[in-house]
Ligand binder design. Structure first.
Ligand SMILES: Cc1cc2nc3c(=O)[nH]c(=O)nc-3n(C[C@H](O)[C@H](O)[C@H](O)COP(=O)(O)O)c2cc1C
Ligand code: SF4
Ligand code: SF4
Length: 255
């Protein structure tokens, strides 16, 4: 079973590609929680369990932490656990934190860690407006995935993450991500048509429609930027740079 969280499709694509190649099944963390399935899953002997997550603020999204903390797994001694972080610049300490929360809850640790460099959806900083550059980054995803798939098929053990940063900087994650998570900088432009998709799709119901306009009802959210990147009118902005940095969803999946 492969569990993934994906706001803009990168992790969904990675999950689907790996699932297809390894004859596995994907499960969206958000959809499984919405359908009120609990986080208890049974696994046959020798099964493989993958967690695929974006890197947020040099660590992992709050929603993935909550998932790892509440996951109830029935696994055997032979179960192979792997973690894949997608990232734009550095996967930072995502593997370290994913392992910390998995271990805290289940006492098991990941056997292998992988990373995939993809378009960086943190557009308050990064520019995704040049389609050719974005397409080039996505083309380079393919050899990275081939490599990861071949490791998973061999059940390789080890840390295969690329572009990590030194472990002594791990303490940065919490304050850095906490700062990013503040919803106060969201702006709704007049082009909003009041369709309500942003509110409907927000994974933690941080948006409510009031007078036909989205309103943030939580001071902090996951900050997945799904609302910004998936708005049909590109009417949601965060700060003053996202407009010129463009909207992005992974072109290879429906999200
Ligand atoms: C709030 C936020 C923080 C991010 N922080 C990082 C980061 O620390 N390092 C990095 O390389 N990419 C970072 N990214 C980029 C995402 O990890 C990357 O684009 C990921 O592939 C998005 O996955 P998704 O399309 O499945 O949602 C961040 C993106 C967001 C929205
Ligand atoms: S998705 Fe966009 S257009 Fe639709 S309500 Fe939200 S901000 Fe407005
Ligand atoms: S408000 Fe937007 S950025 Fe925050 S969790 Fe919801 S969809 Fe993601």
């Amino acid at each position: 079973m492969i569990f993934y969280f994906s706001a803009t499709g990168n992790c969904k694509y990675v999950a689907e590609r790996i699932a297809h190649a390894t004859n596995d099944t994907c499960c969206s963390i958000v959809e499984s929680e919405r359908s009120e399935q609990n986080t208890s899953y049974n696994h046959e002997k020798n099964h493989i369990i993958g967690i695929i997550s974006p890197t947020y603020g040099l660590g992992i999204p709050s929603l993935v932490i909550d998932f790892l903390k509440s996951l109830e797994l029935d696994f055997s001694d032979n179960t192979y656990f792997y973690f894949v972080a997608t990232y734009g610049t550095t996967p930072g300490h995502s593997g370290y934190y994913a392992n910390k929360y998995l271990k805290q809850n289940t006492k098991v640790e990941f056997n292998a860690y992988y990373s995939v460099k993809m378009p960086d959806t943190w557009t308050p900083m990064f520019d995704l407006s040049d389609k050719e550059k974005v397409d080039e980054i996505n083309r380079n995803v393919e050899p990275q995935l081939d490599d990861i798939i071949s490791h998973i098929q061999k059940r390789s053990y080890g840390d295969f993450m690329k572009n990590k940063i030194p472990h002594f900087t791990a303490f940065i994650y919490k304050p850095y991500y906490d700062h990013m998570r503040k919803t106060g900088k969201f702006i709704v432009e007049d082009t909003c048509i009041g369709c309500g998709l942003c509110a409907k799709r927000c994974p933690i119901n941080a948006i409510e429609m009031k007078d036909n306009k989205p309103t943030w009802v939580k001071d902090k959210c996951v900050m997945c930027l799904g609302c910004l990147h998936r708005c049909p009118e590109f009417a949601i902005q965060y700060g003053n740079k996202t407009k010129k940095h463009g909207q992005y969803t992974n072109p290879n999946v429906k999200i």
